[in-house]
Design a protein around this ligand. Structure first.
Ligand code: UTP
Length: 290
């Protein structure tokens, strides 16, 4: 089935990155030289997504500007003959009208943010991509779409015992082909004794229209927020629910550690940075700092 639309919830406060995020969106923090939201949009574009729906909030206008022309900058680069740099500044410009923005008026949770996009989605399945979850290789949502036929599909990965209380955790059923697992239940941020497994949901979803009906109920869950996982959990038994176990490295760029790890790993893979960074890291290691 072709999925044409993707929702990018970027309405959160990003409190774990204060003070950096006091007047700047978390999603604009760069990994190497690219804002994390751009990685997410590139991943969606690679998967054939045609309509990019951002759920924003107060103070997030730099995200809109990032995906727009910057005439002064582009003209300046043109006049100076900096063709390659100009290409970089223009690479994220999509077909006019393919980017849409809707405001989440209060940070009432991820489920609430997704619900805010309902009128732009209409009656069709839609991808949901959290920019904080940077997955290397940018193929995850593409792989999920190619395995999708109906119902709900969530990206999943194994986590350590001490981390289960930070994630939505699935109760797994049958293991299927193509890295898919049937999901029999879903619980948001359980304590380790209540967790049905160590398989955690990370920020890639394909949701069916009925999830919006669940979200419409505005039920509050963990942290008194409207949780996307709760709405999906309520659909289990009524429609199919699958986990897709992706294989690439994933970085939680919503946390300081994950963000720093992403910067190091992706820098090491860059031709222009790799050698110098590696030799500096080796030196630090030999000097006992690492
Ligand atoms: P997080 O749980 O990381 O919350 O949201 P947050 O507010 O962004 O960050 P912290 O925990 O305060 O540091 C996961 C994703 O859901 C979006 C966020 O923007 C992020 O992409 N989100 C969260 C919303 O769009 N609206 C919300 O009300 C909550």
């Amino acid at each position: 089935m072709k999925i044409k639309k993707a929702i990018f919830p970027v309405g959160g406060l990003g409190t774990r990155f204060l003070p950096a995020t006091k007047s700047m969106p978390k999603e604009m923090l760069p990994v190497v030289d690219k804002p994390i939201i751009q990685y997410a949009v590139e991943e969606a574009a690679k998967a054939g997504i045609e309509q990019f729906i951002f759920v924003t909030s107060r103070g997030k206008s730099s995200i809109e500007n990032h995906f727009d022309h910057s005439f002064e900058l582009e003209n300046n680069l043109l006049l100076k003959g900096k063709k390659e740099t100009l290409k970089t500044a223009q690479e994220m410009l999509k077909i006019p009208g393919s980017f849409a923005y809707v405001r989440q008026q209060e940070p009432a949770g991820l489920g609430h943010a997704v619900w805010c996009a309902r009128h732009l989605v209409g009656n069709e399945p839609v991808a949901v991509i959290l920019a904080d979850d940077l997955i290397k290789g940018s193929n995850t949502i593409k792989e999920m779409i190619s395995n999708y036929s109906s119902g709900n599909m969530l990206a999943i990965m194994d986590v350590n015992n001490q981390d289960v209380s930070s994630y939505g955790i699935i109760s797994p059923g049958k293991t299927l082909e193509n890295n898919m697992t049937e999901i029999l239940g879903l619980i948001e941020k359980p304590s380790i004794d209540k967790a049905p497994s160590n398989m955690a949901v990370v920020g890639r979803y394909i949701i069916e229209p009925s999830v919006f009906k669940e979200l419409e109920k505005q039920n509050r869950g963990t942290s008194n927020e409207i949780q996307l996982t709760d709405a999906i959990a309520n659909r289990i038994g009524k429609s199919q629910c699958y986990g897709y176990k992706f294989t690439n490295d994933r970085f939680d760029c919503g946390s300081k550690l994950g963000f720093i790890q992403a910067n190091i790993k992706l820098s090491i893979e860059r031709d222009d940075l790799s050698e110098k960074l590696k030799s500096w890291l080796k030196e630090e290691f030999l000097n006992g700092y690492v």
